[in-house]
Design a protein around this ligand. Structure first.
Ligand code: HSE
Length: 404
């Protein structure tokens, strides 16, 4: 029998508890050994809940329980999650977590301790919720050089952008709707400002290339400036606006960014709408591979955690090597990133057409029926060249990169 402890009986922790109970037969059959929840740490009491009989309030009870081989961390946040996870790994207990902030910040250090102590630090649920992506990157795609990762990695923002496009609502209304439906947090900034996506692409890029990518080094732009007009221009172009976390191999460096992008129907992620997430990985041998599913939610995310528990239980005393060097990956400076841009200038169209041509060079105008502004698509240009041209014209209302 394998004994598991769960740190944190919130949405994901209680999901893990319920899957291990509800799917116990199938899990035991596939795992070869029964997995039991020996204890659950939470400061709260849960009268009447099945967890009551295994509830503990003191972490040391789990840390010092030699019968517990695997610990699940579903507390979220950095502290005390980091301290608890580190203590468990140092005792040789494998840890499975859904905590992307913890993984993005302390991944290499915790993996290193796990290697030393011959246990495992696993984090399938930290990116893409229930979508298998971490293990495929580490195993199925291991023979390949990864050329590109593009992901719709945040369900809240994808829901908001889909609602704006399909229902014609503005950002504030779509956000309120997402909050009412329980998709968006009361403080939605981590999602709508792109920080959540940023941590997820930092983790995927670190794993793909084996070196640390600090999320602070990734240029990150959220969706708060996207308006109904931007959406209407996108429709005119038969395109959609999606927020991507992406990274791409450029020579011996990697470019990484989080930003809204315009994509047309030829793009493989065009059909990914609502709360769904998808990740496109391009390998130099396998070509394009796509992963699609629920990027959040109690059972989807908990299912990924349970898959890690099963993996850890099959590798007791054996470390599964994960290459994530603490040295920094060499990133392409943001100003050197290249793309086409969709641009809107305020004011009279005739003046703007001449100004745009002078500052941006050849552009393709787009008419969505607004006579108080002028919109166009640039040729391929660097961020640096774009900024220079935007300063020259002086009246850019908004710009969105185009992902071809
Ligand atoms: N807030 C995240 C999302 C949850 O909306 O995708 C999963 O990390």
């Amino acid at each position: 029998m394998i004994n598991v402890s769960i740190l944190g009986y919130g949405t994901i922790g209680s999901g893990v508890f319920s899957i291990l109970n509800e799917n116990s037969d199938i899990i035991t059959k596939r795992n070869g050994e029964k997995i039991c929840v020996k204890s659950v740490l939470d400061l709260r009491a849960f009268p009447g809940d099945p967890v009551e009989s295994v509830l503990v309030h003191d972490f040391s009870e789990i840390e010092n329980d030699e019968e517990v081989q695997i610990v699940v961390e579903t507390m979220g946040g950095l502290h005390p999650a980091y301290d608890f996870v580190k203590a468990c790994l140092e005792k040789g207990k494998s840890v499975c977590t859904s905590n992307k902030a913890l993984v993005a910040e302390f991944g290499p250090e915790l993996l290193n301790i796990a290697e030393e102590k011959k246990c495992n630090f696993l984090f399938e649920a930290s990116v893409g919720g229930g979508i298998p992506i971490i293990r495929p990157l580490k195993t199925s795609l291991a023979p390949d050089e990864i050329l590109e990762i593009s992901g719709i990695l945040n369900g809240t923002t994808n829901y908001i952008l889909t609602a704006m496009a399909e229902q014609g609502t503005d950002f504030a209304t779509a956000l309120k709707d997402a909050q009412d439906k329980g998709y968006a947090e009361k403080d939605p900034s981590a999602d709508v400002e792109g920080y959540d996506t940023c941590r997820k692409i930092a983790i995927l890029t670190s794993l793909a290339y084996g070196y640390q990518v600090d999320f602070e080094d990734i240029y990150t732009e959220g969706i708060t400036k996207i308006t109904e007009r931007d959406i209407n221009y996108a429709k005119k172009l038969e395109a959609k606006i999606k927020i991507f976390g992406s990274s791409k191999k450029v020579g011996d460096k990697v470019s990484a960014m989080v930003a809204p992008s315009l994509i047309t129907s030829e793009h493989p992620l065009y059909g990914v709408d609502g709360v769904f997430n998808a990740i496109l990985v391009k390998g130099n041998m396998v070509g394009d591979v796509m992963f699609y599913g629920q990027g959040a939610g109690k059972h989807a995310t908990a299912s990924a955690v349970v898959s890690d528990i099963m993996e850890a239980s099959k590798h007791l005393g054996i470390n599964i090597k994960t290459i994530w060097n603490p040295d920094k990956l060499s990133l392409v400076p943001f100003k050197e990133h290249n793309s086409k841009f969709f641009v809107r200038l305020s004011g009279n169209s005739e003046d703007n057409a001449a100004k745009a041509l002078k500052a941006f060079g050849n552009v393709i105008p787009i008419d969505a029926g607004y006579d108080d502004e002028y919109a166009f698509i640039t040729m391929n240009m660097s961020e640096k060249a774009f900024d220079k041209a935007a300063r020259e014209v002086g009246n850019v209302i908004n710009k969105i990169r185009i992902d071809a």
